[in-house]
Design a protein around this ligand. Sequence first.
Ligand code: PBG
Length: 325
Amino acid sequence: MTPAPYLRPRRLRATPALRELTRETRLHPRQLVLPMFVREGASEPVPIASMPGVVQHSTDSFRRALVEAAEAGIGGVMLFGVPTAKDARGSGADDPRGVLNAATAVAVAEVGDALVVQTDLCLDEFTDHGHCGVLDARGDVDNDATLERYAAMALAQAEAGSALLGLSGMMDGQVEAVRAALDDAGRSGTAILAYSAKYASAFYGPFREAVDSSLQGDRRTYQLDPGNAREGLREAELDVTEGADVVMVKPAGSYLDVLGALAATSPVPVWAYQVSGEYSMIEAAAAHGWIDRRRAVEESLLSIRRAGADAVLTYFATEVAAWLR
Ligand code: PBG
């Protein structure tokens, strides 16, 4: 006869109350950050077909969504601008009246006390070639010339009231360049979120539509190869040395190993970005009735937290916060 087991882990799974009490990781609304797109000159919000439920905001819909996000109690918003005109150097990026800087001022005035207003600091939304930096004569991204553009963007974003600058361009030395520019301008209180381990990912696909980007080529000379975990950890270490206040892993779901390893050693908070493609995959499967949408959303975010993210950027932020109430 088989002996009856005396080690029975199922005991703690027996009732909802026991399961609740023994759950290690939880989602909290304050640990969620909502990425938002604001379209220059739009009188109505423009739907993004590949991201059902996400829009390029008009000023009015932006204001409403900000208030809704604040009422839901999320931690912050990450703003992206969709300019009407783009050029080779991304002039709109550091123009104080440019769409992103103007939207930042609106957000700070509307919800600046309740939410941490953050801004994407990268040129790709503003360049006509769609790259994250300016190009040299050969058409390659010019790292050091790009740093000067990032420094100018940083000052414009800080001036507009952004509390945390999201450096997502993956240029060498970008954190140091931006930190120095901010400090020189008396902006030592403006913090830096470094997208340290940012991979050249297929999961950014829907984002390109979200910001009307027509990227020529790809980003493999600056974003990380998906096969490399060690390089992601090294990038984070360099960013901390250069002065990053928060480091990030992006995308999230396919890089939970990198996230876990970084969280185990990082001296600063570690965040993760559940990117556009991760959002759209859940939406698409749920629309077919193939997965339970709410459970899949919660499980995906819980897993990112369990792997070690202190906070998560997610297009589901406001909705999930409302569920958690
Ligand atoms: C760069 C940037 C990108 C995303 C956030 N910041 C695009 C890219 O690197 O190609 C992607 C976010 C997403 O897919 O949700 N400004």
